[in-house]
Design a protein around this ligand. Structure first.
Ligand code: GDD
Length: 321
């Protein structure tokens, strides 16, 4: 039986990945941080807790000894490193914490694997934020596009990306960087714009009221997290390790998203959305569109959700709450 370690198992991606790996017969070890209210911590994986192949271990990506111990104890063949301070706007307010968790955290994971289980295959969660406002002539970002991040989050992810590549080449380790564009789901935290809009519109439909948002003109390439965790797994099943963009190739503005969600709920977004500069970022990544050609060709990856079917699923979820 193969053992996989997942950091960030309690997050959106971690929970879908845990489901996928348990379904495939893995023993899954999730690393979780000590939390003052543990009863609030595991809601995304509560439905998996009775599975005897799932084990949770306390640890933290900023605490190297805890990672060394988990690797030594469980001897994983695959390590999926998803833990991070993942909110771009918050990274401007908490730049040190963001850097500690993402940059130093990735260094610690790579060292723990190198020292304890050097043959384990490692997935690192890179992000389209690494590109900043750079893109190719055709408007797409791909594996070869220049990286020039515009947030502390993006800078830390770029460090982690290059560190992964450097460890791969220096130590002959199997390390893949996913370069994931935005991926959403009903499990998405409510401070990301997709969930905020869907939850807000569902609440306004029942109770009335307003929804405060920031920049409506930004565009994003939004896919479904459930599809993206399949790509993570596929990367670690190849005969060589490499870096892959995961995206849909389609982009929509935040305004388009508002229009679609409110109109599906029988409302006009213009009557309910108010702009609050509080949600603006000191630097914005204006437009995002990724080219997943390499992941499709080399991994055989394909998406099963469209933008609309993903939004429909999120609406059903938030309407029922
Ligand atoms: N969060 C948020 N809240 N964003 C808003 C709001 C608001 O009220 N109003 C407008 N936006 C705009 C942001 O300015 C940004 O342009 C866009 O909506 C998307 O914001 P988020 O949903 O916060 O996502 P993100 O693109 O910054 O980052 C997400 O995707 C990255 C991959 O590209 C995160 O999941 C990152 O962790 C991930 O790496």
């Amino acid at each position: 039986m193969r053992t996989a370690i997942i950091t960030g198992i309690t997050g959106q991606d971690g929970s879908y990945l845990a489901e996928l790996l348990l379904d495939k017969g893995y023993r899954v070890v999730g690393v979780i941080r000590r939390h003052s209210s543990p009863e609030l911590q595991t809601h995304r994986i509560d439905h998996l807790m009775s599975n005897s192949n799932l084990t949770l271990e306390y640890g933290d990506v900023t605490d190297l000894p805890s990672l060394l111990n988990v690797c030594k104890k469980h001897n994983p063949s695959e390590v999926y490193h998803l833990a991070a301070q993942s909110h771009v706007k918050i990274s401007f307010g908490q730049p040190s914490f963001t850097t500690d968790t993402i940059a130093t955290g990735t260094l610690n994971i790579l060292e723990a694997v190198r020292l304890m289980v050097p043959d384990a295959r490692v997935y690192l969660a890179g992000s389209s934020e690494m590109y900043g406002n750079e893109f190719d002539e055709d408007g797409f970002r791909r594996e070869t596009t220049i990286m020039k991040p515009v947030s502390p989050y993006g800078c830390s992810k770029t460090y982690a990306f290059h560190l992964g590549r450097t460890y791969r080449e220096s130590y002959d380790m199997f390390i893949c960087n996913g370069i994931l564009f935005n991926h959403e789901s009903p499990r998405r935290g409510l401070n990301f714009v997709t969930s905020k809009i869907v939850e807000g519109a569902a609440r306004i439909q029942k109770e009335g009221g307003k929804l405060s948002l920031g920049n409506l003109d930004a565009t994003r390439d939004w896919g479904h997290a459930k599809d993206y965790v399949v790509a993570m797994w596929m990367m670690l099943q190849q005969s060589y390790s490499d870096d892959y963009v995961c995206a849909t190739g389609e982009s929509h503005s935040v305004r388009d998203l508002c229009e679609m969600v409110f109109s599906k709920l029988g409302m006009n977004y213009a009557n309910h959305v108010v702009i609050d500069p509080e949600y603006y970022r000191p630097l914005e990544l204006h437009d995002l569109k990724g080219d997943p050609t390499k992941a499709i060709a080399e991994l055989g990856w394909e998406t099963t959700y469209t933008f609309e079917s993903m939004i429909d699923e999120m609406i059903e979820h938030h309407k029922a709450r």
